[in-house]
Design a binder for this molecule. Structure first.
Ligand code: GLN
Length: 312
């Protein structure tokens, strides 16, 4: 019963307490040096009901970078700017079964376009579609959307994480130059990479992530501002990708165990949107071997079970 707010609050607190130990089974991401400094045992959750009611437990006010969660929002901007036909000529709609930073299918699959916008190659291709006179202007399109959806006008890039990623991004650079060679990326590759690193490095708390997810859950309608922030069709496409590709190559398992459209990031965040019901933000920096938050997945599994949230 979602109208019982104190019952729900108690449930969130119990779950955080009972799940925090799961972090032992994972490790913080270390391929981006600045992420390796995160404190492994943090765990926070926020739930934003589609009417705007917000509940949190644990480390819900701790900032972390969106990382791959941001791929949903760059995709939204590209879809709003160009429409689906343009976007899907350059990036596919199929899950890969490979790790998020894999390069192999860029060459072996024809036509040479990334399989979907949730893997790094696909998200870099999407970043290339975001128009603007400068990287700042292009980034601003994503930031404006995130600020509107989260209700926080102060959202910004974490400069340390951005620099750290930029300096260690040889794999992403390889993907991007491959895409340029295949004609998927046009223009200045380094600028598009820069945009990608920056949108991955936007700082947020679970409170804000839950609010973003609540707007997605409500098909683009924001209960707080009473505005339709983007077309229903865009929300539908994003939520479908969250189910099929949102948890990297663990998306099938997650769909069975949790059954909620969700997107994870290597800083340990997960954004989950329960259609017509709620948005959820979780954060726990220790990751499993696929790059998903160990404790975060566990909390979502428990919440889905207790509140019967699976869409299936
Ligand atoms: N910025 C990260 C990268 O490009 C995002 C990956 C992720 O969160 N899985 O490697």
């Amino acid at each position: 019963d979602l109208t019982d707010h104190s019952g729900l609050q108690q449930l969130l607190e119990d779950m955080i307490r009972d799940t925090a130990g799961e972090a032992e089974k994972g490790e913080v991401a270390s391929y981006i040096p600045e992420l390796a400094r995160q404190e492994k045992h943090m765990l926070g959750i926020s739930v934003c009901l589609v009417d705007g009611t917000l509940l949190s437990a644990g480390d819900a006010n701790h900032s972390f970078t969106l990382q791959s969660i941001s791929k949903i929002f760059s995709l939204m901007v590209a879809l709003c700017e160009h429409g689906p036909d343009y976007v899907f000529q350059r990036v596919g709609k199929e899950p890969t079964g490979d790790p998020f930073n894999s390069i192999i299918k860029l060459e072996t699959i024809k036509p040479h376009k990334p399989l979907n916008p949730m893997i790094n190659a696909g998200a870099i291709a999407v970043a290339g579609m975001i128009p603007g006179a400068s990287v700042e202007e292009r980034l601003d399109k994503i930031l404006q959307l995130l600020r509107k959806m989260s209700g926080n006008p102060d959202l910004r890039v974490n400069e340390k994480v951005y620099q750290s990623e930029k300096q260690t991004a040889d794999r992403n650079r390889a993907l991007a130059y491959f895409l340029k060679d295949s004609g998927i990326l046009q223009g200045d590759v380094e600028e598009t990479l820069d945009l990608y690193f920056r949108h991955c490095s936007i700082d947020m708390t679970t409170v804000e992530v839950a609010r973003l997810a609540a707007v997605l859950a409500a098909d683009g309608y924001d209960a707080r501002s009473r505005e339709q922030l983007f077309p229903r069709e865009v929300a539908r496409i994003c939520k479908t990708f969250m189910i099929t590709c949102g948890m990297y190559n663990a998306s099938g398992e997650f769909a069975i165990d949790v059954g909620i459209p969700a997107k994870s990031g290597v800083a340990g965040g997960i954004m989950a949107a329960v259609p017509q019901r709620m948005g959820i933000g979780v954060f726990g920096p220790a990751l499993d071997d696929k790059g998903n938050s160990v404790a975060g997945v566990k909390v979502l599994e428990k919440l889905s079970d207790r509140l019967d949230l699976s869409v299936f």
